[in-house]
Design a protein around this ligand. Structure first.
Ligand SMILES: CC(C)=CCC/C(C)=C/CC/C(C)=C/CC/C(C)=C/COP(=O)(O)OP(=O)(O)O
Ligand SMILES: O=P(O)(O)OC[C@@H](O)CO
Ligand SMILES: [Mg+2]
Length: 257
């Protein structure tokens, strides 16, 4: 039997209290084979990764569970499912981002998928991280916005983003995830991240289109607690070293204070 994983939510909250930033690498099972995963795991041993998120919009391949098992065999980095559908809750992960798509008005992604998944989630033993998922317009249609049939938040309305996050927090959601959407043309702006940071106490996850060190830095400086990188590491695994360096530079400043 695996030893119990410490509370993922408490760890995130503590990190935030200490001003520590974290890096999550998003692994899309449809775009990953065993060899590329092993290469990433080797890189993550040299450049600290705090979380692996596993998910994709379709998950056509049947090997999600096997990929997670491989991560567990080679690494102690916690694995969180990042499901886009109740059908995707598969594999020996540590926890699940229990996303409610609060930027949208599609009841299926606000509560419908969750009703279907609830009994299986309870039986799974996965740690549940109730997360307000907010898609933010990033210049062009993204897979997540298309697949969920929702309109993202306007990119130039930080006030709407802040009120959406506040409503999510008041409803009891424990994390906020601001996402430009996978492969976003433009990442979520500093103004949006700052507005949400100034409004809610929850840890904030930011992802979508973070494909340069400068963009990652800007998201962290604006108040992101966790940055998520998927596509760019998929295409250029060596980017993991660069982005891990940016996150580490923030944490070093905190340590020296
Ligand atoms: C909690 C449960 C049971 C389900 C969650 C249901 C919700 C609210 C999902 C949010 C909406 C959604 C479609 C999110 C997509 C998240 C995701 C894994 C995106 C990554 O998409 P990719 O398939 O990697 O995109 P590309 O490969 O096209 O870049
Ligand atoms: O693939 P990228 O663009 O890095 O996005 C990561 C994640 O936030 C997508 O939901
Ligand atoms: Mg993908």
């Amino acid at each position: 039997m695996r030893p119990p994983t410490p509370s993922l939510y408490d760890a995130l909250r503590l990190r935030r209290q200490h001003g520590h930033k974290a890096l999550a690498v998003l692994l899309d099972p449809d775009n990953l084979d065993e060899n590329s995963l092993l290469q990433l795991l080797r890189l993550s041993a040299a450049h600290p990764v705090d979380y692996f998120f596993v998910g994709g919009s379709l998950v056509l391949s049947s090997h999600q569970a096997a990929l997670i098992a491989l991560i567990k065999e080679h690494s102690s980095v916690p694995v969180l499912l990042f499901p886009s559908h109740s059908l995707h809750l598969d594999g020996p992960a540590d926890g699940v981002l229990l996303l409610s798509l609060i930027s949208g008005r599609n009841p299926d992604f606000l509560i419908g998928q969750h009703v279907v998944a609830a009994p299986r989630l309870r039986a799974s033993g996965l740690q549940l991280l109730p997360t307000g998922y907010m898609l933010v317009d990033s210049g062009r249609q993204t897979t997540a916005s298309y697949m969920s049939g929702t309109t993202p938040l306007p990119a130039d309305k930080p006030g709407i983003a802040a009120c959406t996050a506040l409503a999510g927090e008041q409803l009891g959601l424990k994390l906020m995830y601001l996402d430009g959407g996978s492969g976003a043309q433009n990442p979520v702006s500093a103004a949006i991240i700052r507005a949400v940071r100034d409004t809610v106490e929850t840890p904030i996850i930011v992802g979508g289109g973070l494909n340069t060190g400068k963009k990652v830095y800007a998201a962290l400086a604006a108040g992101a607690d966790v940055v998520v990188v998927g596509n760019h590491i998929e295409a250029h695994p060596e980017f993991l070293g660069e982005v891990a360096g940016v996150v580490a530079s923030f944490n070093q400043v905190v340590q020296e204070r």
